[in-house]
Design a protein around this ligand. Structure first.
Ligand code: SAM
Length: 291
């Protein structure tokens, strides 16, 4: 049963009326399957009446699903035509629903754009910018306690990958800084219009405290970037540029309790945090604590 939700016919006629031609650049693939939408809302594990942030509401498929379940929604959409039409679409189907539309680029989202802050993120993210958009939201909205996002299946695997896995990389470690991450199901291509040429998957993130370290988040992320820029090399070699020399890298690695011959793909986020902490301690000792 579709009810207030948008089915295939409604999606097509809405897009036609708004003269929306879905673009790949903005990752515009719209959901038109009520069962999938309700499944996403259920899987999100939201508290009753919890305020939800949706990034990229598009024509409003998931927005209506969230509102139908009684959640106030703040929706951030970059496309002016879609952002401009969302209020009317929702008003016609769910009068009185608590929706706030913010026309903005989620890549440069700030807490001020969407105050008061939602506590959950539920989104079918634009696929080409899914990771930076997700990391940005986790960074600038510390009140987000949970996220359920739909992304390209390969990206879902990467986000949820544990250390040592073939697909473990920068997105896995940076996501792990903020949250425990797990795959939460697959989504078939047939539930989108237009049908995408990639598979999709759900990822659930549950906020937790970042690992203890004397370094800042930026410093930890810098060593993660450096380690994976040359992921086939040992950390001693891969971190030579970051530390100043291979010998300095080895010294920092040993101080952090990490084998200099290991590769970055075997380290968890806590080890990267220790490395950045050891580097900072070393720098502070050299400059007499002035840095
Ligand atoms: N949530 C809708 C659905 O499931 O049918 C649409 C999802 S579609 C995959 C991605 C949406 O994100 C599009 O509406 C697109 O215009 C929007 N978008 C793309 N880049 C964006 C950005 N940087 N900031 C905010 N929204 C963006």
């Amino acid at each position: 049963m579709t009810g207030v939700l948008l089915g295939p016919t409604e999606i097509r006629s809405l897009a036609e009326r708004l003269a929306v031609r879905p673009t790949k650049t903005l990752g515009q693939n719209f959901l038109h399957d009520a069962n999938t939408i309700r499944r996403i809302v259920r899987t999100a594990g939201l508290a009753a009446g919890e305020h939800v942030l949706e990034i990229g509401p598009g024509l409003g498929s998931l927005t209506l699903g969230l509102l139908e379940a009684g959640h106030p929604v703040t929706a951030v959409e970059i496309d002016p035509a879609l952002a401009g039409a969302l209020g009317d679409t929702v008003g016609a189907r769910l009068p009185g629903a608590e929706l706030r539309v913010v026309r903005a680029d989620a890549m440069s989202l700030s807490a001020a754009d969407i105050a008061p802050s939602p506590t959950a993120l539920v989104a079918n993210l634009p696929y080409n910018v899914a990771v930076p958009v997700l990391l940005r939201a986790l960074e600038v909205l510390p009140d987000l306690r949970t996220a359920l996002v739909m992304v390209q299946a390969e990206v879902a695997d990467r986000l949820a990958a544990p250390p040592g896995s073939r697909v473990y990389g920068v997105p896995s470690v940076k996501a792990a800084w903020y949250a425990a991450t797990e795959r939460a199901g697959a989504i078939p291509r047939s539930v989108f219009w237009p049908v995408p040429n990639v598979d999709s998957g759900l990822v659930r993130l549950t906020r937790r405290e970042p690992p203890q370290t004397g370094a800042s988040r930026g410093e930890v992320f810098a060593v993660i970037d450096a380690a994976f820029a040359q992921r086939r090399k040992t950390l001693r070699a891969a971190l030579a540029g970051w530390a100043g020399s291979a010998a300095a890298a080895e010294e920092t690695l040993r101080a952090a309790g990490v084998d200099p011959q290991a590769r970055g793909e075997t380290l968890d986020v806590a080890a990267f945090a220790r490395l950045a902490g050891a580097r900072r301690e070393h720098d502070e000792t050299r400059t007499g604590g002035a840095s």
